[in-house]
Design a protein around this ligand. Structure first.
Ligand SMILES: [Zn+2]
Length: 371
């Protein structure tokens, strides 16, 4: 039997007649974004305003000239080129007001396309200064997310990124701040720190070098995800699985190893896919070669995410539409949106509550489309 439930097929009855109608359904479909970098989600207009307020000189003075410098185009050659954008953005995010604004606007952008829950990740060490601590950075982001919940009804959590290129001391600072802020009960009522991630250049810094952090997180019951198999081979994927991560960031290179793919299916560890991100960072040679459809058909649990909505200039609706070009049906996508709720770093009762909300909303949406 197909690992994907026949119940989803019912939703296919809502076959929209036009592209515009399809886009509307994808936009209004309740969704979650579980792999979303806060710094990479900044709006270009906000970059300009933050620089002006902080009297930081940018390499461009107008939005038109700035966008090519902070948005990665289709001609981007590598992940390295992609990461070159951050030296422009990061210096603007080193005070509480800026981080709070970034988090708040992320909620606003999520609400605009019915993303009901977002897990925003960032590496607070990159935002900290001598006067602005890692703890204060976390607090500012949580404050922005709280306002986002109040004004836009978007629930959220924060995932703290350790960085592969950082010293053990810096990663310890981030880890300890995460541990202090983490509560198992962090749920839908209030944004909280909900888990950890490892990000950065996986080709240079193997996952196993950070094993102690993953083991410590597990000991304290803190859920972890890990960028792995995004840029090179499957060794980091294997390592992440052996460290019992709850999710894998990207994992595109899983396509190189069918046996490992079967193992991922057996373990039920979901992949946090960012299709356009993977194309732009050259994680895959081109869109047509993206393995997400093949993963899904083989029973791998996939989730669709923005990764860097600001830097790439996309939203999640765009990613869902792109998935359609790769062969997903509307029913598949509605199923993925719903099942992604099960992978959130939230207490089980909250995931269940959100899932019931999604089911009711989807029924209303597709019922209307059928009429
Ligand atoms: Zn990422």
């Amino acid at each position: 039997m197909s690992p994907h439930k026949p119940a989803a097929a019912k939703r296919d009855e809502a076959s929209p007649r036009t592209t515009a109608e399809m886009r509307r359904l994808l936009r209004e479909m309740p969704k979650v974004d579980i792999h979303c970098h806060l710094d990479g989600s900044l709006r270009p207009a906000t970059v300009l305003e933050l620089a002006k307020e902080r009297k930081v000189k940018l390499p461009a003075a107008t939005l038109k000239d700035l966008i090519p410098l902070i948005q990665v185009s289709q001609s981007c050659q590598s992940l390295k080129e992609f990461l070159d954008v951050f030296p422009i953005i990061l210096p603007l995010l080193r005070d509480a007001r800026a981080l709070e604004r970034a988090a708040y606007e992320l909620c606003e952008d999520c609400a605009a396309e019915n993303i009901r829950h977002v897990e925003a990740r960032f590496a607070p060490v990159l935002n900290a200064t001598a006067k602005f601590t890692v703890e204060a950075a976390l607090e500012a982001v949580l404050k922005g997310l709280e306002r986002g919940l109040k004004d836009h009804g978007v629930t959220s959590g924060v995932i703290v990124c350790l960085m592969r290129s950082h010293s053990p001391k810096d990663n310890r600072r981030a880890f300890d701040a995460m541990k202090k802020a983490y509560r198992e009960s962090n749920g839908l009522a209030e944004p909280g720190v909900v888990g950890m991630d490892l990000a950065g250049d996986e080709a240079r810094y193997p996952t196993m070098e950070y094993a102690d952090f993953f083991e410590e997180a597990r000991k304290f019951g803190i859920p972890a995800t890990c960028h792995a198999g995004e840029t090179v081979g499957t060794a980091n994927l294997r390592a992440a699985l052996s460290l019992e991560v709850r999710r894998i960031g990207h994992g595109t290179h899983l396509m190189e190893d069918p046996a490992l793919q079967q193992e991922v299916v057996r373990l039920g560890v979901p992949l946090e896919i960012g299709i356009t991100s993977n194309v732009r960072t050259k994680s895959v040679p081109d869109l047509a070669s993206h393995p997400v459809t093949s993963f899904y058909r083989s029973g791998v649990k996939v989730t669709l995410n923005t990764d860097y909505r600001g830097i790439i200039g996309i939203d999640l609706t765009h990613e869902f539409e792109t998935a359609m070009h790769l062969g997903f049906s509307l029913a598949d996508l509605a199923g993925i949106a719903l099942d992604s709720v099960d992978h959130l770093f939230l207490p089980a009762a909250d995931r269940e509550r959100l899932r019931r909300r999604f089911e009711a909303e989807s029924r209303a949406l597709f019922g209307k489309a059928n009429a």
